[in-house]
Design a protein around this ligand. Structure first.
Ligand code: HEC
Ligand code: HEC
Ligand code: HEC
Length: 399
């Protein structure tokens, strides 16, 4: 079989040399020819090594030091030349860091461990072994970390982010890696933890309502603005959202891993569980900006609407008994969550229920400033699940 390749190679080499023999050439050209020939011989050598199975791929042995260095060198340079500089959110935002930390605990820790423990045993035997989370930041800039988490690393176990469409989600992990990279004092020495922890569903772990609590809180109120509130959404809307995440029509690297394997029956049970919970509208953190809220009211409230498009509260009615089942309650949702979703509708990334087409159409009419204002408005709006009256009732927003 090898002869099949060697023979044409020999012929090609000989005819090249013949050309040189026939014509007098400069030293420069003959040096170039020698380099090409050497490259050719190296290539043939590499093919022979691969063909004869000389290189041992057993992960029990590891690469030899020089080859391991070469692979890491290749990876590092590839990341540096592929990762474009992209606009960054403020990476020291505590909510962003907390969001990244939660995801990391659930989905990165099985391989990269945490600041106080090492990876699961199986991951420790991977080759290359995943480095501990506290050292990930060392070699890379935030842009480069973003690129690695988004695209993964070939020929290693490092997976790509579940969707290419959610750069915004990846920044939370970069913020977390950046935070622990900058605060090594918070980083304890990893202690080996041998067995799989059933409380920590990672690769292959089962999903239960407990898993949802990690992010959405045990009362469904989203842990102080870090994650969206799912308490008080209709069972219908929750079911539809989980199906959209499962199908990928609503792309999210945060939700997809937890929705992907749910059966219709499980989705129904989870939806009933969270729909029955009460939404709280308290907001922690910075004081809401009254100017933004007032401007938001002119987009949201039918009585104060100054826009040609439908006021938001024509559909997002405050009184839950009058709201259509497939329209979510926006009151008290974190402003950042709302503005991200509006931008996803605007760009056509968030698809889903039939009615979302209307939502996409409405979002296209909003400028970035409108989105900021209307998000601030709904974030500050107190929830009034049972109360009657809608629309202008919200004009007295007093958070
Ligand atoms: C299935 C195991 C696995 C999971 C899950 C995983 N990684 Fe990795 N990761 C790896 C391996 C293996 C490498 C080493 C790749 C190499 O050196 O070529 C790596 C490398 C990296 C690197 C490059 C740093 C370096 O010095 O090599 C970063 C950054 C990273 N992972 C971040 C993450 C984040 C963040 C998550 C969670 C979203 C994650 N990884 C999930 C296995 C994993
Ligand atoms: C790792 C954190 C995390 C876990 C675990 C998680 N979620 Fe989520 N969830 C999120 C994030 C982040 C979003 C917003 C995603 C987006 O941008 O669309 C979200 C969105 C949702 C939404 C849509 C909310 C809305 O207003 O449209 C529902 C419903 C939901 N999650 C239910 C669940 C259920 C049920 C579980 C458990 C099976 C769960 N989530 C587990 C982080 C999580
Ligand atoms: C014609 C009715 C209608 C109007 C008017 C409307 N929406 Fe919506 N909105 C919807 C529907 C339906 C959904 C759910 C889409 C889905 O299931 O994906 C939605 C979803 C949303 C979401 C996502 C909420 C979440 O929990 O993920 C946001 C944010 C939102 N709308 C904001 C607004 C704003 C701001 C306005 C006014 C500028 C507005 N909507 C006007 C019908 C409407």
């Amino acid at each position: 079989m090898i002869e099949k390749y060697l023979l044409p190679a020999k012929v090609a080499l000989r005819s090249t040399l013949d050309v040189f023999r026939r014509r007098p050439v400069s030293a420069l050209v003959s040096t170039a020819a020698a380099i090409i020939a050497a490259g050719f011989i190296f290539l043939i050598g590499a093919i022979v090594v691969a063909w004869l199975g000389i290189y041992d791929v057993a992960a029990t042995k590891g690469h030899n030091e020089a080859f391991a260095w070469f692979l890491h060198f290749t990876m590092r340079n590839s990341v540096k030349s592929h990762a474009p500089p992209i606009p960054q959110p403020p990476l020291d935002d505590p909510a962003l860091i907390a969001k990244g930390e939660t995801y990391s605990e659930l989905r990165c820790a099985p391989c990269h461990g945490a600041t106080d423990r090492s990876a699961d045993l199986v991951a420790q035997h991977m080759l290359p072994a995943p480095p501990n989370i506290s050292t990930l930041k060392r070699e890379f800039s935030p842009d480069q970390l973003h690129w690695i988490i988004k695209h993964g690393i070939k020929m290693s176990a490092m997976p790509a982010w579940p969707t290419r469409k959610r750069d915004d989600e990846i920044w939370s992990l970069v913020a977390y890696l950046n935070h622990i990279g900058k605060n090594p004092s918070e980083t304890q020495t990893p202690t080996p933890k041998a067995t799989h922890d059933p409380e920590r569903p990672g690769i292959g772990g089962a999903v239960s309502a407990n898993t949802c609590f990690a992010c959405h809180g045990s009362d469904g109120n989203g842990r102080d603005g870090v994650f969206p509130k799912i308490a008080g959404l209709s069972a219908n809307y929750i079911q539809q959202s989980l199906k959209d995440y499962r199908a990928g029509t609503r792309p999210s690297g945060f939700m997809w891993p937890f929705a992907a394997s749910l059966s219709d029956e499980e989705i129904k049970d989870l939806a009933a569980h969270f729909a029955g919970m009460e939404r709280h509208s308290h907001q922690k953190g910075a004081e809401p900006d009254q100017k933004k809220i007032q401007q938001g009211a002119q987009i949201a409230e039918p009585a104060r609407n100054t826009r040609p498009t439908l006021a938001c509260q024509s559909c997002h009615v405050r009184d839950s008994s009058k709201r259509a089942l497939d329209v979510p309650d926006l009151a008290g949702q974190p402003a950042r969550y709302l503005s991200t979703q509006l931008k996803l509708f605007r760009s056509g990334t968030r698809r889903g229920t039939q009615k979302r087409k209307l939502m996409a159409h409405i979002a296209q009419k909003l400028t970035d400033a409108d989105i900021e204002n209307v998000s601030a408005y709904f974030a500050a709006l107190p929830t009034r699940s049972g109360e009657s009256g809608n629309g202008s009732a919200a004009s007295n927003v007093q958070p």
